[in-house]
Write a protein that binds this ligand. Structure first.
Ligand SMILES: [Zn+2]
Length: 357
């Protein structure tokens, strides 16, 4: 009697746990299947195990403006040493819910009001509790901007001597892809149609400048691709250490597209010289200039699941606003007169690159 009661009780508890778990999984998949599909809504919300496994973000429209990023970053940096450090990505993700992701609607007053609520003691968890899309934006924006702000060390020139000193900082540690003091022009050209080979959309951002302009690594990472590509010409692809971002730099200079010591598997630091602006590409013949206007094509691809790396499910984001945002942090370069190669002027170190040679 006692044993059967105990057994029954165990069965009841197990069943309850199972049912609750099922509801949780159903709810989770439902929630995220809407969030993760963006424009194409999934109608199938059945919950097989393989569905649950494929539960990652499928699409991102990155429409955060340079202005919004700068203002949110300022709050983050200024609150760094306070007892209530406010994360800029939390701020942008909450505002994204309000704007449906469209930051042309951004008003500074909205940011100010949000910051006041947090400073007055409201927790991010409480503010976002009923925001259906918050977790989607937080994950998507975290994937784009997650490594842009943080602690780093950089050399600086001292005021009254030729010597440099290493300074610890907290702030923007991603760099503009065009070296300091080199001019360029650009406009929002993402999604424009291209007609070489077959009709394709432009999945990146073009920065027009002079041939030979040093091209800079936006973020630290590992060289994943390097060499000739029919469309991109001489190109280099760098994967972030967290593997969520793939940076593509294309149309590099004919003859000498990148420093000799770069190769696949090599790690680079944010701010390093990784190549030279050129006009190669649109040809199956290697080392051919077939681009009319010299420019750097930069592309940022997001990867939430390795199956998105290549094929029909690639996520390339509009990086015009990011390029504008990064303009405030340019890498100074010097030319080695012996080799003709350019290199960064000031050493840089962040936690992820500490053990690098
Ligand atoms: Zn381009």
């Amino acid at each position: 009697m006692f044993i059967s009661f105990k057994l029954n009780r165990t069965v009841v508890i197990l069943c309850t746990v199972f049912i609750l778990l099922s509801f949780y999984i159903v709810g989770f998949v439902r929630n995220t299947s809407i969030k993760t599909t963006g424009t194409s809504k999934q109608s199938d919300t059945s919950t097989t195990q393989s569905d649950a496994k494929k539960n990652y973000i499928k699409w991102v429209d990155f429409k955060v403006t340079d202005t919004a990023m700068r203002k949110a970053m300022k709050v983050d940096i200024e609150s760094k040493d306070s007892s209530n450090h406010i994360d800029w990505i939390d701020l942008l993700s909450i505002l994204a819910v309000k704007y449906g992701g469209d930051f042309s609607r951004f008003k500074e007053a909205d940011l100010t009001a949000l910051v006041k609520r947090i400073k007055d003691g409201e927790k991010i968890e409480d503010i976002t509790r009923d925001m259906k899309y918050y977790s989607y934006y937080r994950e998507a924006y975290g994937a784009v901007l997650g490594a842009y702000i943080g602690e780093y060390e950089i050399e600086e020139a001292s005021k009254d001597s030729e010597k440099t000193a290493t300074v610890k900082k907290y702030g923007l540690k991603a760099f503009s892809p065009i070296a300091k003091d080199y001019g360029y022009s650009h406009s929002d050209d993402f999604g424009n149609s291209r007609s070489y080979g077959f009709k394709r959309k432009h999945l990146g951002h073009d920065m027009m400048g002079n041939v030979g302009t040093p091209v800079i690594a936006i973020e630290s990472g590992t060289v994943e691709a390097l060499g000739w590509n029919q469309y991109g010409g001489w190109r280099i692809g760098i994967r972030s250490f967290d593997r969520k971002r793939y940076y593509y730099y294309a149309h590099l200079r004919k003859g000498h597209p990148y420093p000799d010591d770069l190769s696949i598997g090599h790690t680079v630091k944010a701010g390093d010289v990784i190549g030279y602006l050129g006009m190669t590409g649109y040809s199956s013949k290697e080392d051919t200039n077939n681009i009319e206007i010299p420019h750097l094509h930069m592309g940022i691809q997001l990867i939430f699941d390795e199956s998105q790396k290549e094929g029909n499910n690639e996520i390339w984001i509009d990086c015009y606003e990011i390029a504008k945002f990064l303009r405030q942090n340019t890498s100074a370069v010097v030319k080695d007169e012996l080799t003709g190669e350019f290199r960064r002027k000031y050493e840089f170190m962040e936690a992820s690159t500490e053990n690098m040679e």
